[in-house]
Design a protein around this ligand. Structure first.
Ligand code: ZN
Length: 259
């Protein structure tokens, strides 16, 4: 009976998001397992549930440090982790993509709704500090990432391309929760020099307050798998972003996701 109820809820959720004009995608956690071949959406199990997250310790031992781990694996979780070890399936597209109400380098930019709303709040706050931000790239489909990656490989060779470009399925942009940012001038867009621009400095100091984390920090290539990208920010929600930021760790280190 419980399973039937869950199936019904999953079905209703899919139907409800499907009404937004986007084709609803069925969550498929198997796609997150790098040892398995990604399955097509048709074979996905809509009743797949996220792993239980550790509950806080309520036995009264004060001083015990218990880290509450958010849902890092469900496709609809804003804390979904995607990296070279945790790829997405080729058919995955978030169901709640919207156009952020902020300056965009191209009108086709979309992000998941919660991340888009957080962008708006962050951009408004930046403006009050005299900083005019712009989103250069938000959500990218698997196929678009494939085109980008193949172009980079043709230009620089596979080994070099892998340092700065994700293979299709491995891009955080496919989650709809990551964005490449610049100033409205576009100065130093996707370049290391963005770090020293007013916009780059402001983001590094303030983005966490709005739920965004600098995902590929300087000197952490061995851990994150990517070179320093001062322009790439990832939404985790304000609570989680603050904890990650204050830890001074990469996302992989903070959630202990390394092998
Ligand atoms: Zn990026």
């Amino acid at each position: 009976m419980l399973k039937m109820t869950k199936m019904l809820i999953a079905f209703l959720l899919i139907v409800s998001v499907g009404g937004c004009g986007k084709k609803a995608k069925t969550p498929n956690e198997d796609n997150l397992n790098p040892t398995e071949t990604p399955q097509s959406q048709e074979t996905a199990q809509p009743t797949a549930e996220p792993e239980e997250t550790p509950a806080s310790n309520n036995d009264g031992n004060e001083g015990d440090i218990v880290m509450e781990v958010p849902d890092l694996t469900s496709l609809d979780s804003i804390n979904l982790i995607v990296n070279k070890q945790r790829p997405l399936g080729e058919d995955y597209e978030p169901a709640d993509l919207v156009k952020p109400d902020v300056p965009l380098a191209k009108s086709s930019v979309t992000m998941r709704q919660e991340a888009a709303e957080a962008m708006k709040i962050m951009f408004d706050a930046a403006k009050e500090d005299g900083i005019s931000l712009m989103i250069g790239s938000g959500y990218r489909s698997y196929d678009y990432q494939k085109t980008l990656y193949n172009n980079y490989v043709a230009r620089d060779g596979e080994e070099e391309a892998n340092r700065y470009s994700a293979k299709p399925g491995q891009s955080e942009h496919q989650t709809g929760l990551a964005a490449d940012l610049s100033g409205t001038s576009g100065n130093c867009y996707l370049k290391g020099c963005f770090k020293d621009t007013d916009e780059g400095v402001w983001l590094k100091e303030n983005a966490w307050k709005y739920g965004f984390i600098l995902r590929y920090p300087e000197g952490k290539e061995e851990i994150t798998g990517y070179i320093f990208e001062p322009w790439h920010y990832r939404y985790f929600g304000t609570e989680e972003a603050q904890k990650i930021f204050e830890s001074g760790l990469t996302v992989e280190e903070y959630y202990n996701l390394q092998d």
